[in-house]
Design a protein around this ligand. Sequence first.
Ligand code: AMP
Length: 583
Amino acid sequence: MEFRVLAEAYEKLEATRGRLEMMAILSELFKEAKSDEIDKIIYLSQGVIAPPFEGIEVGLGEKFVEEAISLATGYQVKKVEEVYRRTGDLGKTAEELLLSKKQMSLFSHPLSVQKVFDNFMKMAKTSGAGSQDAKIKRLAELLNNATPKEASYIARFPVGKLRLGIGDPTILDALSAYKAGDKSLREELERAYNLCSDLGLVARTLFSDGIEGIRKFRIKVFNPIRPALAERLPSAEEIIEKIGKCAVERKYDGLRMQIHKQNEKVEIFSRRLERMTHMFPEIVAGVRKQVRAKDAILEGEALAYNETSGEYYPFQLTMQRKRKYGVKEKAEEYPLKLFAFDILYADGEDFTKRPYHERRKTLERLIAYGDVLKLSEMMVADDPKELEAFFEESIEKGMEGIVAKDLNAEYVAGARKFAWIKLKRSYKGELADTVDLVIIGYFLGKGMRAKFKFGGLLCAVYDEKEDVFRSVAKIGSGFSEEQMKQFEEMLGRIKVDHKLARVDSEIKPDFWVDLTYVVTVAADEITRSPTHTAGKGKGESGYALRFPRMVDLRGDKSPEEATTVAEIIEMYKMQKRTQLEET
Ligand code: AMP
């Protein structure tokens, strides 16, 4: 496929405001793709060159892209900087300068998708001395052969600012529409995606082997599985009512890890499925020593824990272990323990379809006694009182609460089902749980805050069905001066000049931003609101947070992993029930 075709589709996507239209543009685009290029088209459209767990990134900062534009257009870097300052967009900068380039290279070959992808891949794989120069040259070569419009996308790509705003669910729908003309294959495609977390691979399989190939999809060690998520309920009674006799596990407040092992090779993936093996040498060693299977995929929560005093250290301390440098020193200072809670695969056998009680038995059998890996503490309860007592004890031990698990449920990859239900401590007059919201825009500082170019956030929850982010809170408090400065800088870098197609909000912030950051937010309660769009039906009010307060930035969640509209509605109902009980 010529890159021109892709760039034209991107132009249409950028101008689109609706998700159905996006899906149609994509499925038309897919019809023009061959089976050996569809994966590249998917990756490029996601703004990556490989699935995130591969950790392959082009790695070129803005300054270097400016140099490449200068090389390709013959303009001095100073001039490039000047245009960039004015437009605020490297894509527009490249486009504008190429348009006015004195010597258009008239005989350049049309760029193919393959060529663009290959050059980005080569850039990603270049390392060592002189690698930046080599990368700049490769990028300049592409820009030199590109039309101004193509160049705008090529220049944005290495700095992660393609800004097409297409989510995974939209791509899955578009793949289904390409093959079947409607969304009927979405579920099967999604299942394959949940097992491998690689949309390029799913698309390639669909193109080469059809839907049969998708149905035969199997788990592969080192391809992370999209994690199962927990629902929430407000009380032990309701948990027992919902799933009956169940397993109850401590809810450890640490880092979720999905661990893959094949012989001596071990990889650790985060909740967002990024590879973080090198950060946790003690866990790698522990897995080699204690897992009694040649091949295995297991999950657990890792945290700093003092075995002698039995004390669990706070989450912030565990988070310090997510670092690039000084890994060894920190690992010695705060070694982590892994509390294993699930097994998904072992020695050729897929356990995701097996009920929890079988998986737990297998987990108990396959983990040998040792220093690093522990089994998550668990009991079986069929009486709310027993569950409640275990919950209280967990809180006393400094844990977040408990996770109750349906004894007969499969492992539901990539979804929030009532197979796992969390129960957390709640305070009177405060929402039982914090929520994780996506920043969709921000406001400028007023009054005392006028010195900052930041005065508050506009935040949204995720509507899973529609793949859209709907507004739920305007947050103006809970920020330290330090944080305000941090937000001013962080958000300044991702502001966009229009509301993104996947954003639904009637409130207009001073600036819209790319969907990038998730923040944890506390609030007093959930109220019905005419101005917010979360859960808003025709002629009905939406839902909003009352007195929302910023708690922290959540680096380990992607926008699609934020709290959902359905969860907000569920929390609203729970709150109503509790209020009724209290009166
Ligand atoms: P939340 O992040 O509040 O939605 O709660 C779900 C998270 O709890 C999971 O993603 C795990 O990281 C964590 N967790 C802690 N202990 C357990 C456990 N025993 N079983 C399952 N998840 C757990």
